[in-house]
Design a protein around this ligand. Structure first.
Ligand SMILES: Cc1cc2nc3c(=O)[nH]c(=O)nc-3n(C[C@H](O)[C@H](O)[C@H](O)COP(=O)(O)OP(=O)(O)OC[C@H]3O[C@@H](n4cnc5c(N)ncnc54)[C@H](O)[C@@H]3O)c2cc1C
Length: 452
């Protein structure tokens, strides 16, 4: 063996082992995690941390290296009511955390819908929801401090005093090490009123500029082939405190469990696309009209966050963040885009497109709303056939309108576009990444495209 080859091997960057596919490890304790990442361990890079595995991209997979499943790190370490803080292990699910906080009269400071995801995944990846207030953006903005195991198995604390460093570690997609513990902001449970309305695309486009300027938490479902937008607007309201969480559970069950299952069955039993999609759109409208608009008129983050069990294996999705200032035009163009793609290729999404407002958020170097408020559009489908081409076309549409990606939810992002969106922030992130992980132990091919 040559000297260079021998020293490369020693560096831990390359190692021989029988190639029998990806290895998934389930560390239970901090020591296990350190052992796995130690350069002398038998486990091969690239190492990819994984939470609940709801990502739409390959950011959490490693076909020849090692996937580190963090879900056994599921302890809620401390809820400090007086300080308004909660400390958890990174594998805690958002639903579990919501329940524990609610039992102490507390809730998380931001907002998010999907409770099966982990705190670590929601902080290391781009994650947002219908947050109320003009200064609420990314889920990760709630992080006060975090603890990690570095790419070579050492311990690292990133504290509240290290604001700039914390901004690099939020939305770092596991490239700077594995997060094992986090302290987040929490607050006393604050009720909100939820108003629901159905409007046409033209009405929505007319109202969106003023909606973006309000403090209301906003989530909407758009049915591009039915000219219908279902708006869910949330405003803080102390009288709304007593609302039970059952209606929220029914609403969520209708939206995220019943509809995808029914749609999948309809694809099997109704071969005629025209009839099938008419029925699918009718069912979406009925669900929104009955379940969402009638059942849920108030809540709190604690009740709304006790729902939402989406699974990435049953749904294809891609999320892009569009400039809110242009959104009145963009949403109309999006409808035309969906119609054009259906006419040209025969493919259309069966699930409604979901939208959220995201305030301007500078808490992460790779924030998609670093410069201005954005509106997230998540296209979703239960159907795999035709989806990949749709995701490419959706990417082209999004790039045309200056949309920002997040690397765990956005499909079909290229390096040139990434550079044009994140400019010097991308360079800065890469520089820090190279310092923390010079041997690229955390870099799989998907992430290497953008961040080497
Ligand atoms: C049906 C459905 C609905 C969704 N709804 C929403 C929504 O409303 N809003 C939204 O923002 N997103 C939504 N998502 C996307 C998804 O929930 C987010 O991407 C979430 O942040 C991922 O969390 P996770 O625990 O599944 O992490 P994973 O998907 O497993 O990982 C995400 C990223 O974080 C890294 N990571 C995970 N754990 C750690 C750790 N401990 N240390 C370091 N890095 C880590 C991974 O390497 C990866 O890069 C939805 C997804 C689905 C399938």
């Amino acid at each position: 063996m040559s000297v260079t080859a021998a020293s490369l091997r020693k560096s831990g960057r390359y190692r021989l082992r029988p190639t029998d596919g990806p290895v998934v490890l389930y560390p239970q304790k901090l020591k296990d995690l350190q052992r796995i990442l130690n350069p002398d361990s038998p486990h091969l890079p690239p190492f990819r941390p994984m939470g609940a595995d709801t990502a739409a991209t390959e950011c959490n997979s490693s076909s020849v290296g090692t996937v580190i499943d963090m879900t056994a790190f599921n302890e809620i370490i401390n809820i400090d009511v007086a300080a308004g803080q909660v400390t958890v292990q990174a594998g805690v699910r958002l639903g579990q955390l919501s329940h524990a906080l609610a039992a102490r009269g507390m809730e998380l400071d931001g907002s998010h819908d999907l409770v099966s995801r982990t705190v670590g995944g929601a902080v290391a990846g781009g994650c947002n929801g219908p947050a109320i207030g003009s200064n609420h953006g990314l889920f990760a903005a709630q992080v006060i401090s975090m603890k990690l195991v570095t790419p070579t198995g050492n311990l690292l604390d990133v504290g509240s005093g290290q604001k700039s460093l914390l901004n690099v570690f939020r939305l770092s997609y596991g490239m700077l090490g594995v997060i094992y513990e986090l302290t987040l902001k929490a607050r006393p449970i604050t009720g909100f009123s939820a108003s629901h309305r159905r409007c046409s695309l033209a009405q929505f486009a007319k109202a969106i500029d003023s909606l973006v300027r309000t403090n209301a938490g906003m989530r909407f479902l758009f049915l591009p082939f039915s000219d219908a937008v279902y708006l869910d607007l949330r405003r803080f309201d102390v009288n709304a405190r007593a609302t039970a969480n059952i209606p929220w559970k029914i609403k969520d069950w209708g939206e995220s469990t019943v509809l995808p299952r029914v749609f999948k069955s309809l694809h099997r039993i109704i071969p005629a696309a025209g009839v099938r999609y008419r029925l699918i759109d009718k069912l979406s409208q009925l669900t929104q009209g009955l379940v969402s608009s009638r059942l849920v008129s108030s809540g709190s983050m604690a009740t709304a966050q006790s729902c939402g069990r989406g699974s990435s294996s049953s749904l294809q999705y891609s999320t892009w963040f569009f400039p809110a200032a242009d959104f009145s035009i963009i949403i109309q163009a999006y409808k035309d885009f969906c119609v054009r793609i259906r006419d040209e290729s025969g493919f259309r999404c069966d699930m409604p497109t979901v939208g959220y407002r995201l305030s301007r958020d500078r808490s992460a170097v790779l924030s998609p709303s670093f410069d201005e408020p954005m509106i997230a559009l998540r296209a979703m489908s239960t159907q795999k056939t035709g989806w990949d081409n749709f995701a490419i076309d959706f990417g082209d549409f999004a790039k045309h309108w200056g949309a920002s990606p997040v690397f765990n939810q956005t499909r079909e992002v290229d390096l040139a576009y990434t550079k044009s969106i994140f400019t010097t922030r991308l360079e800065y992130f890469r520089k820090v990444r190279r310092q923390i992980d010079p041997d690229r132990r955390m870099m799989n091919p998907f992430l290497s495209q953008y961040f080497l």
